[in-house]
Design a binder for this molecule. Structure first.
Ligand code: NAP
Length: 518
């Protein structure tokens, strides 16, 4: 069985105790083991602070962009191998794996292009300068400079390639060294990504370290210049961000947590309309892609009350077509859940949803998968529930079931009612609306914008181009308020600024312009 390694202080570290076993989620065969035992985490941080940080800060944005471009190219070159590993360790079909693997190389490439636009400088100015006195003798301007610490990245199990790369792209472009930690259960893809990048010897020493397994006392050692960027469940986020040393040092913490995303069908969209077809296609994909294990997956589907029956029928007809099983079988469209724990949590979660909703498709029980041994594998058929009283369906607005599970809810057709129901979930990463009615959309944005990080409008005019509400694109914000973590990632420079310190530089205009450039 393969032993996964960490990459720390310029060498590969193989533990010899405290192993966690990784399994193929389609067959439950043991495939690897992982542990971080024996790592000196203080030395890991020192190595990043003393070697990686200074080396990266000495580089210009253009030079850092070149690194990202190379990283993107290398991951693209190894795409097939990474997709195979993804199927083995996370149970993804080829298209689902590519969402992760191509998402990783694409995001790195995007940030490379952004870095080139920032140019041959080591910092950049933000906004216009401002005169602060009667004359230009006192003038101010903001600049953004790299923080002098370490960016610690802790990622969720569902995006082992993209999760690593989207955070790495922003931190490296900003000029901060990284310690990255994938979720242990699905660490094989991340480990291989780092192996590929290290073998190519493109990064400065200390710029990129990998921890496979527990973080030991690493987080206890973070201080005022460090950044902790976390993606995972709301519960883990709460325990990490409330650590005493992080609070005392005001260590910058960014959280991307869970979210009860909503898709809303507006009343103008009739059965048979192009936008209705788009809605069905999008929602079915957002329930089933990566077996529903996406933080941006659709969990709640709001339908004008009078049309609940017919829309349910249309969705169920589409969900019936989804073949579930081992991704090694070419007929399979949806793989298993990633781990036994995920399956167990899902079954508990469906039980909670059933307190307020009834199942209208699927069973909410483990199933056998096509192409997998009977009784083995963490499979679940897509599961659709329905509640006829959206405002009194508390579990539906409280419980994230991280699986191909969603609940139909009625609303009165107004944007106001939809927004109030969506808000019961406490803040979303994405709220999608399917409509061709500009006035209704305007009302939704005005009333509901504050409750989400992204509003995705599915209409006839976007149907040919839009990638689906679940795609977190690097150009636009990923993150959401409240339950979604309150974080901000991607969004072009927004994500890079997490790793930069904003400094107001004050002095005479001549001096400030001379320092910063006009
Ligand atoms: P999780 O159990 O919270 O774990 C997330 C990460 O935190 C893993 O790497 C885990 O490592 C690590 N971790 C857990 N306890 C820790 C501790 N005390 N100290 C340091 N690290 C610790 O979440 P998950 O099950 O992997 O992911 C599913 C959740 O993530 C879902 O709720 C989903 O909505 C959310 N998610 C959010 C986004 C987003 O961008 N908003 C994206 C993807 C997923 P180990 O694996 O070693 O325990």
């Amino acid at each position: 069985m393969k032993t996964l390694r960490s990459y720390v202080r310029g060498t590969w570290h193989e533990a010899n105790s405290d192993f966690v076993t990784l399994v193929n989620p389609s067959t439950e065969e043991e495939i690897a083991r992982a542990s971080s035992a024996g790592i000196d985490f203080g030395a890991v941080l020192d190595y990043a602070r003393e070697r990686g940080g200074p080396a990266l800060r000495a580089m210009t944005f253009t030079q850092r962009a070149q690194l990202l471009k190379e990283m993107s190219r290398l991951l693209r070159e190894h795409r097939d191998e990474l997709l195979d590993l993804s199927a083995l360790n996370t149970g993804t079909t080829r298209p689902d794996g590519s969402f992760d693997v191509d998402g990783a190389s694409g995001t790195l490439a995007y940030y490379a292009s952004l870095g080139w636009r920032l140019g041959d400088r080591t910092f950049f100015a933000e906004g216009e300068g401002v005169q602060l006195a009667k004359t230009e003798g006192f003038y101010g301007r903001h600049i953004l400079v790299p923080r002098h610490g370490v960016a610690v990245h802790i990622n969720a199990f569902n995006f082992p390639a993209w999760g690593f790369a989207e955070k790495a792209a922003c931190a490296l472009l900003a000029g901060m060294p990284i310690v990255t930690k994938p979720a242990t259960a699905t660490a094989m893809v991340t480990e291989r990504c780092i192996e590929i990048l290290i073998a190519a010897d493109i990064l400065p020493e200390g710029a990129l370290q990998l921890i496979v397994g527990s973080t030991g006392d690493l987080l206890d050692r973070l201080g005022p210049q460090d950044v902790l960027a976390f993606t995972g469940s709301a519960g883990t986020a709460r325990s990490l961000r409330s650590r005493g040393n992080l609070l005392a040092a005001n260590t910058r913490v960014n959280v991307e947590a869970d979210s009860l995303n909503a898709a809303i069908l507006a009343p103008d969209v009739q059965d048979g309309a192009a936008t209705f077809g788009f809605f069905l296609k999008d929602v079915v994909r957002e329930i089933t892609q990566k077996s529903g294990q996406k933080c941006t997956a659709v969990r709640r589907i709001l339908i004008p009350a009078a049309r609940l029956d017919s829309v349910q029928e249309a969705l169920v007809a589409k969900l019936r077509e989804v073949a579930v099983g081992n991704p090694a079988d070419p007929a399979v469209r949806m793989g298993p859940l990633a781990t036994a724990e995920q399956l167990a949590d899902t079954l508990r979660g469906v039980g909670e949803l059933k307190q307020a909703a009834r199942i209208v498709h699927g069973t909410g029980e483990r199933a056998d998968g096509a192409g997998a041994p009977a009784g083995k594998g963490f499979f679940l058929q897509p599961t659709l529930l329905r509640s006829d009283d959206a405002r009194n369906a508390a579990p539906v607005h409280r419980r994230e079931v991280f699986a191909p599970v969603a609940t139909l809810l009625p609303y009165d057709g107004t944007a106001g009612d939809a927004v109030e129901i969506v808000a019961l979930g406490g803040g979303t990463l994405v709220t999608s609306a399917y409509t061709d009615d500009a006035a209704w959309t305007g009302d939704l944005v005005a009333r509901g914008g504050g409750g989400t990080g992204r509003i995705y409008i599915g209409s006839e005019s976007s149907a040919a181009d839009a990638p689906g509400s679940g795609a977190a694109l690097p150009q636009t914000l990923h993150g959401g308020p409240g339950r979604a973590g309150g974080g901000e990632e991607l969004g072009g420079l927004v994500g890079v600024k997490l790793y930069l310190q904003r400094v107001a530089v004050q002095g005479s205009r001549a001096l400030v312009d001379g320092l910063i450039g006009s």
